[in-house]
Design a protein around this ligand. Sequence first.
Ligand code: DGL
Length: 264
Amino acid sequence: MRHRAIGVYDSGFGGLSVWRELRRLLPSESLTYLGDGKNCPYGGRSREEITGFAEQAVERLLAEGVKMVVVGCNTATTAAIEHLRQRWPELPIVGLEPAVKPACLTTRTRKIAVLATEHSLRSDMFLRTASRYADDIEVIKVVGRDFVEIVEGGEEHTERAERAVREAVEPLLGQGVDKIVLGCTHYPFLRSTIERVVAGHDIEVIDSGAAVARRVKWLLERYNISAEEGATPEFKFLSFASEEYRQGLERKAAAIEEELCARC
Ligand code: DGL
């Protein structure tokens, strides 16, 4: 069991931002990544549709023999996590929630913004988390229009990305927001553009990737299924879209790996 891979799933490339944090914290763990691709973006779809895709994805990852599943997608988590846990009660499943809690605990202005997909922002789970921690805090909800498509197309460093980010984020400037929570796993790939747009406004940009990696570590230890320390990890990439798309996932993960190596 211990040598088996952790399965990571997203609608597309977004879960690779979670992958990056898993690689950073758990370098000996093998990872199998499934980026749907065929049905992406999930953001404007119904709960039923997304639940169906998520179920299919977990089935596929289980067929690969994974020991745990990380739903590296806020939208799929809000739509389907309860269903997945009911269907596979023995399987450790970790979901993604926007980092509303840390933002609420550290805001000085009592005003935060959450950038996420349409589906996540209208979901029960988001409303529940926001009301639990944001009682006297104003939460401004912003849909990152075109963000997912930009990341899927590898256009993070283009004019199109700059325009989309400005459109979503500029209206927040001057409103007293001091935290922007990235509530979609695709969005950290636009972090440098977002940070450039908010520069000088004393706004912190927060995402949940590192917290999720810590939760995964904790669960691996609790179930006693961590990989042996120093083990050489293996990586595998799957998709419901084309072979070309699958190779794109592999290339992006390789670029992340290089970036991590350059820092260590
Ligand atoms: N990466 C996703 C999320 O975290 C889904 C984006 C989409 O497919 O719309 O919400």
